[in-house]
Structure formats: C-alpha cells, structure tokens
Design a binder for this molecule. Sequence first.
Ligand code: AMP
Length: 208
Amino acid sequence: MNIVLLGAPGAGKGTQAERLIEKYGIAHISTGDILRAAVSAGTDLGKQAQKFMDAGELVPDTLVIDLVMERLLDDDTKEGFILDGFPRTATQAVALTSKLDEMGRGIDFAIAVEVAPEVIVERLSNRRLCEVCGYIGTSKDEVCPACGGSMYQREDDKAETILNRLSVYDSSTAPLLDYYRGAGQLVAVNGDQSPEAVFADIQAIIGS
Ligand code: AMP
C-alpha cells in the first residue's frame, strides 16, 4: 500500500505515519526527518537545506525530489510506503507521479489530515520532540513518555516561523489537494480529534 499524507504542518501527519508503519509494516519516508538528519550530520544537503528550514521556507524542489526518488529505490519500500511531508509543491507531485509510473507503481490513497489553522498554531507552539527516539509530544511532557529521553522544541516550531510555514502551506501545498482529488486518490479525515480517533478513521478508509 502506497500512501501520501497531506496536511498543514502540525496536522498530525508524523503521528499517524508512526501508527501506520507499525500496523502495516510499510516504509516511512519523511522528508522533514531526512533533511533534519542531514542538517545534524552537516552533509552538503544539510548545509544547503538549513537556511530554508530555519526560515520556514521550502527547500528547493531539485534537492528534495532527488532524495525522495533515490529513497523510493530502497528495498524496504517494495511492500509499500508512506510519504510524510512530500510532495509539497506541484513540481514535486508531478515528479512523484512520473517516477512511480516509470516504476509500474502508484499511489493508493492521498490522505488529507484536516485541522483548522487556529488549532495548528496552538499545536505547533506546544509541540516537543524526544531527542532520543523522536516521540512527538507536547510541552507537558517534561521527559519522553516512551523512553525517558530529553524533549526539545524544533527551531521552526517557534512562534516567529510558524506563521510563515502556514502561509507557505496555503500557497504551495494546499493546491495539491486538487491534484490528488483529480486523480481520484484523495480522502480526507478530521485531524481535530485524538490521535487514536484519527487513526481509526484512516483505518476505516484504507481497510485493515
Ligand atoms: P516537516 O518536518 O515536514 O514539517 O518539514 C520541516 C521543513 O523541512 C519544512 O518546513 C521545509 O523547510 C523542509 N521540507 C520538508 N519536506 C519538504 C519538501 N517536500 N519540500 C521542500 N521542503 C521540505
């Protein structure tokens, strides 16, 4: 099963992706995670990406498309994959469709996780991550409930960057909903519920 997760930053894509990979045993491709790892490792990609990420801007298509196209060749994607945070522009969406066509594969579901903008701002401001296992929690979690690791706030979850990320989402990424609607692949779930309830809705759509 091949899934694209769509939704604004903070809609809960990462949380739902974790549940989906656990349940269906498919590969998780998060461009945000790959780029953050590249920044931490100080690779060329990381050096080029960092200034865009810190400003809440999109990393240029050429950099992101190449890394996803390569990742799709890995063996662990053969049983299926979840794309989380990609595509984010029309150019990325078209590149993905043509690469999958070439590979004789396709998207089964493009799942839009819908959350009102005011809820998103609140969620992003309160989001904290575990620096050890990547658990996604809130400012109430003093230590990671999953592994006891220290929690931190992403640089781009700070107030000054959040609004820019939302405006970039509206202008560049939200139009992709129409792209996937046109392809007959779009399904929507209400993301303004508990993670368990959102996951139940997703499972009801994709089957178990
Ligand atoms: P995320 O963790 O998905 O919110 O991504 C964090 C940041 O990484 C974004 O604000 C962008 O700067 C960058 N990024 C992640 N995915 C993409 C993408 N598909 N295209 C361009 N930039 C991306």
